[in-house]
Design a protein around this ligand. Structure first.
Ligand code: SAM
Length: 206
C-alpha cells in the first residue's frame, strides 16, 4: 500500500519530490516489515519539517546562497540542496550516509532539473564550501559530533531542527523559528512542528 509518488511540497510548490504516498498505511505492520523499517529507516521518503522550512526560507531569500557552494549535510530526499540550487547556488553537494538517500537525492535533483553532486562520505565533499545546511539531522544525539564536522568547513553553517530547542553550543546562535510539518504528515507530536534555525558564522566568512 505504500509507494513513491512525485509530489509538490506544501508552501513550496515549485519543488517536486518522489515521496511516500500521502495515504500511506499507518496501521500495525507485520513483524518482519517492522524490523526492516527499524533496521533501515527510509528517512528520504519524507520531506522533514526542517528541510521544508529551510527550503521555504532559501526560496524566499535566495541571497543566502546565490553564487555559493552549498553543502546539504544529511540530505535525505535532497530537499534543502534542491532549494539551494533553485535559488541560484553555483554548486550544490549533498551528503548522506544512507545509499538509498543518495539515490533519492539524485532522482529528485533530476525531477527538479537541477545539478547536485551526491556523496556518501563527508570526506568526499569538494572544498571550499561556503554554506553548510543541516536539516533535521540531529534527531539522534549521537549525530551531534556532525556539528564539529560541519564547522570544519570554515563555512556559514545553518542548522534547522525541529527536535532540538537548544544546541547547547556557544558557537551557534539561535536565529529564528517557523512552523513546518513533515510531509507527508507523519502525525508527529505538536512540539515537533516548530523548526528552529541556528547559525554558526565562520571567521572570515561573509
Ligand atoms: C530525518 S532525515 C532529514 C533529511 C532531510 N534533510 C530533510 O530535511 O528532509 C536525516 C538524514 O540524515 C542522514 N544522516 C544521519 N547521519 C548522517 C551522517 N553522519 N552523515 C550524513 N548523513 C547523515 C540520514 O541518513 C537521513 O537521511
Amino acid at each position: 500500500m505504500a509507494r513513491l509518488e512525485v509530489q509538490s511540497l506544501p508552501g513550496c510548490e515549485q519543488i517536486r519530490l518522489a515521496l511516500i504516498n500521502e495515504d500511506f498505511p499507518t496501521g500495525p505492520l507485520p513483524a518482519e516489515v517492522m524490523r526492516a523499517v527499524i533496521a533501515q529507516p527510509a528517512y528520504w521518503a519524507f520531506c522533514w519539517g526542517s528541510g521544508l522550512g529551510l527550503a521555504r526560507i532559501l526560496l524566499e531569500d535566495p541571497e543566502q546562497v546565490i553564487g555559493k557552494h552549498v553543502l546539504d549535510l544529511g540530505s535525505g530526499s535532497g530537499v534543502a540542496g534542491i532549494a539551494a540550487a533553485m535559488s541560484g547556488a553555483a554548486r550544490v553537494t549533498a551528503c548522506d550516509i544512507d545509499a538509498d538517500a543518495c539515490l533519492a537525492t539524485r532522482v529528485n535533483a533530476e525531477i527538479n532539473d537541477v545539478a547536485i553532486e551526491v556523496v556518501d562520505d563527508i570526506d568526499q565533499v569538494g572544498r571550499p564550501v561556503d554554506v553548510v545546511l543541516m536539516a533535521d539531522v540531529l534527531y539522534d544525539r549521537s549525530n551531534m559530533p556532525l556539528l564539529d564536522l560541519a564547522a570544519g568547513f570554515d563555512a556559514r553553517v545553518i542548522v534547522a531542527d525541529s527536535r532540538i530547542s537548544d544546541l547547547e553550543r556557544s558557537d551557534f546562535t539561535p536565529r529564528r523559528s517557523l512552523e513546518a510539518l513533515t510531509y507527508p504528515n507523519l502525525g508527529e507530536f505538536d512540539e515537533y512542528r516548530t523548526v528552529r534555525l541556528f547559525e554558526q558564522t565562520a571567521q572570515g566568512a561573509t
